[in-house]
Design a protein around this ligand. Sequence first.
Ligand SMILES: NC(=O)c1ccc[n+]([C@@H]2O[C@H](COP(=O)([O-])OP(=O)(O)OC[C@H]3O[C@@H](n4cnc5c(N)ncnc54)[C@H](OP(=O)(O)O)[C@@H]3O)[C@@H](O)[C@H]2O)c1
Length: 273
Amino acid sequence: MPDLASCTIAFYGVGAMGSAILAALVRGGHPADQVLAVDTSSERLRELAEAYAVRTTSDVAEAAGAADVHVVAVKPGDVPALLDAMAGGLGAGDLVVSVAAGVMSAAIEEHLPDAVAVARVMPNTPALVGQGMAVVSPGSRCGDEALALARSVLEPSGAVLSLPEKHLDAVTGVSGSGPAYAFYLAEAMTEGGVLMGLPRDVATTLTVQTLLGAATMLAEGEDSATILRERVSSPGGTTTAGLAVLDERATRAAVVAAVRAATERSAELGRAR
Ligand SMILES: NC(=O)c1ccc[n+]([C@@H]2O[C@H](COP(=O)([O-])OP(=O)(O)OC[C@H]3O[C@@H](n4cnc5c(N)ncnc54)[C@H](OP(=O)(O)O)[C@@H]3O)[C@@H](O)[C@H]2O)c1
C-alpha cells in the first residue's frame, strides 16, 4: 500500500460527514488535486470545488477508476448501489473506507473484487472542527498497511483508534452518539443558569467554556474523571450539593443506560441491513 501523500482519495457522498473528513484532509496539507469529491448534488460539488479547489465528478465509475483510496460516506441505504457502481473500477491496491453506520465490512466486501481492502469507520460530528473521534476496524482483507492508510485518512479530523469490528456498536454508543449527550448536558446547564436569573447568552458562555475546560483537563492531564470530580467537591460545599442531586436522580445510571440503549440500537440497525 502506498503512503497517503501519494494517493488520490475519492469521497463518495460529500454531505455532513464526507465533507468534514475531506475538509480536514485538505486543510491538513493533502494536495487538493489528489482529492475527488463525488456526489449526486451538483451544488454540493460546486461548493466544495470553490472552498477547497478539489476535483469533482458525479460519475462514480470514473472516480473509482481514478482514485486509490475510496471513502464511502453516503447514507447506509445507498451503500449497496454505490458499491456496485464502483466495483468495476476497483482492483488490487485499492482501499475502501466506509463511514456508513451499521454496514458490516463483510457486506461491503461482498460487492467488491477480492483484491480490494475494506476498513469500516465510526466517526463523530466533532470531525467538523478537527476534534473528531474515529474508530477504524479492518475488514477481512485489510492488512496492517491498509489499516495504517485508512487511519491516515481520518487523522487530520481528530483522534483515531483501531479496534476489531465487534466493538463498533459500543463505540457508536459512546463516541458516535456521545456528542448529543454532551449537547444535552449543555442545554440542561444553560437552562439551570437561566432559571437562576442569568441572561441566556451569559449562561451559554459559562456552560460552553466550562465543558471545554473540563474536557481539556481530562484530555491533557493525568488524572481520571473521578479524581478531578472529588477535587472540586469539598465536604458540605456547593458542588457536593449539586452532585448529590444528580445522584438522587440516578443520573449516572441514566447515562450508562443511554450508552447501552444506543449500543443495542446500533446492533439492531446493523442486523436489519
Ligand atoms: N453525520 C454524522 O454525524 C455521522 C456520524 C457517523 C457516521 N455517519 C455516516 O456517514 C454517512 C453519511 O452521513 P451524512 O450525515 O454525511 O449524510 P448526508 O449529509 O445525507 O450526505 C450523503 C451525501 O451522499 C450523496 N449520495 C447519495 N447517493 C450517492 C451516490 N450513489 N453517489 C454519490 N453521492 C451520493 C447524497 O446526495 P442526496 O442527498 O442527493 O442523496 C448526500 O449529498 C452515513 O452512512 C452515516 O451513517 C454520519
